[in-house]
Write a protein that binds this ligand. Structure first.
Ligand SMILES: [Zn+2]
Length: 80
């Protein structure tokens, strides 16, 4: 039993005609592979896809995520 009911809303592919489980940057493996292909063949760019909300921002992946999750960033010193 999976995918039925309203318990957990799984992230879906940003492609409205696809709606499979999102694996990378808001896209399913298939759509992500296509996007990557288009980017690598210079037919589009990640920046453009991001601007059009067709992929999730790269920050989902790295850049500070570890620090944030570990609570290293943004820790305020108490008082003085
Ligand atoms: Zn997809």
């Amino acid at each position: 039993m999976r995918g039925i009911g309203t318990m957990v809303e799984e992230a879906r592919c940003l492609n409205p005609q696809c709606r499979r489980i999102a694996e990378t940057r808001g896209l399913c493996n298939s759509c992500y592979a296509t996007a990557r292909e288009l980017v690598s063949s210079k037919r589009t760019t990640w920046e453009r896809l991001e601007a059009e909300a067709k992929v999730a921002p790269r920050k989902y992946k790295a850049s500070g995520a570890k620090e944030w999750l570990m609570g290293i960033r943004g820790i305020k010193k108490k008082g003085t």
